[in-house]
Design a protein around this ligand. Structure first.
Ligand SMILES: NC(=O)c1ccc[n+]([C@@H]2O[C@H](COP(=O)([O-])OP(=O)(O)OC[C@H]3O[C@@H](n4cnc5c(N)ncnc54)[C@H](O)[C@@H]3O)[C@@H](O)[C@H]2O)c1
Length: 256
C-alpha cells in the first residue's frame, strides 16, 4: 500500500474480467489509495466486476457503452454529481469484428472499419471531451495501444490501423488539453492473454516469440502494466504528456 493516488478520483473503463489489463491497473491504483469508478459493458461484465470488487472500499461501478453519446453523457453527469472532480481516466477499450481479425486485411469491410475506429479510437476523443470538464484540478488520461500501430503483425489487421489513429489522437488531445494541465499518454503493452487478445489470429505465436526474444525473456504482467499506469496517473509523471510508452519487456527494440 502507498498513497501516490490518495484522494484521487479515477475512472477506469474496460474491466471485463480478472485477466483484463484494466483490472491490473485498477488493482494497482487501489493499492495507492485511489477512489475508483469502473465502467462495464452489459450485465455479464457487471456480474464479473461485482465479484472482483467485493469487499473493496471506495469503488463503484457504472454502465457505459462508448458507442452511445447518451451513455457517455449519463456517466459523466453521474460522476459530476457524486464527485465533482476527477483526476484520472484509464481508457482500456477496443473492439473489431472477429471476421476482420481472421480474414485478410484488404477484405476489411466498410462497416468493420467504422466499428473498429468508433469503439477503439473515437471513444478516447469522446471520453476526453467530457473528462476535461471534470478535471478542474488538472488530470491524467491513459489509453492502451499495441506495436501493431507501427509494424505489421499479420492478423492484427484493422486494429493496427485503429491503434495508429489512437496514438495520433493521444498527441492531438494532449496538445489541446495541456493548457489545462491535463496530460494524455498511451501505454503500448506487450501481448497479454485477455479475452480481446484471443480474437487475434496467431496470438499464441506472438506470446511465444516475445517470451523468447524480448530483452527480459518474458511477457509482461498485469503488475508491470499496473505499475506504469500508477506512475502515469500520479504526479510522479507530471512533465510527461503526448507519449507512447512501451511496456513490453524491451521487445520493441529488438532488430531480429
Ligand atoms: N491484450 C493485449 O495483448 C493487448 C496489448 C496491447 C494493447 N491492448 C489494449 O488494451 C486494451 C484492453 O484490452 P484487454 O486486452 O485488457 O482486453 P479485455 O477484453 O479484457 O478488455 C477490453 C474491454 O473493452 C470493452 N469494450 C469493448 N467494446 C466496448 C464498448 N462499445 N463500450 C464500452 N466498452 C467496450 C470490453 O467490454 C472490455 O471490458 C485494449 O485497448 C487493447 O487493444 C491489449
Amino acid at each position: 500500500m502507498g498513497d501516490l493516488l490518495k484522494n484521487k478520483n479515477i475512472l477506469i473503463m474496460g474491466v471485463r474480467n480478472k485477466w483484463s489489463i484494466a483490472w491490473g491497473i485498477a488493482k494497482a491504483a487501489k493499492e495507492q489509495g485511489a477512489n475508483l469508478i469502473l465502467t462495464y459493458l452489459g450485465e455479464r461484465e457487471k456480474e464479473s466486476l461485482d465479484k472482483l470488487i467485493a469487499g473493496m472500499d471506495n469503488v463503484e461501478t457504472c454502465p457505459c457503452d462508448v458507442t452511445s453519446d447518451e451513455n457517455l453523457d449519463e456517466l459523466f453527469s453521474n460522476i459530476k454529481n457524486k464527485y465533482g472532480v476527477i483526476h484520472g481516466v484509464v481508457h482500456a477499450i477496443a473492439f473489431a469484428k472477429s471476421e476482420d481479425l481472421q480474414d485478410t486485411f484488404v477484405n476489411t469491410s466498410r462497416d468493420g472499419f467504422h466499428t473498429a475506429m468508433d469503439v477503439s479510437v473515437y471513444s478516447l476523443i469522446a471520453v476526453a471531451k467530457r473528462a476535461k470538464e471534470l478535471m478542474t484540478e488538472g488530470g491524467s488520461i491513459i489509453t492502451l495501444t499495441y506495436r501493431g500501430s507501427e509494424k505489421v503483425y499479420p492478423g492484427y489487421n484493422i486494429m493496427g490501423v485503429a491503434k495508429a489513429a489512437l496514438e495520433a489522437s493521444v498527441r492531438y488531445t494532449a496538445h489541446e488539453l495541456g493548457a489545462q494541465n491535463i496530460r494524455v499518454n498511451a501505454i503500448s503493452s506487450g501481448p497479454v492473454k485477455t479475452m480481446s487478445a484471443k480474437g487475434v489470429k496467431n496470438f499464441s505465436d506472438i506470446l511465444e516469440i516475445v517470451e523468447k526474444k524480448s530483452f527480459l525473456r518474458r511477457n509482461v504482467t498485469l503488475e508491470d502494466l499496473g505499475g506504469t499506469a500508477v506512475y502515469l496517473l500520479s504526479d510522479l509523471s507530471s512533465g510527461l504528456t503526448g507519449e507512447v510508452l512501451y511496456i513490453d519487456a524491451g521487445y520493441n527494440n529488438m532488430g531480429l
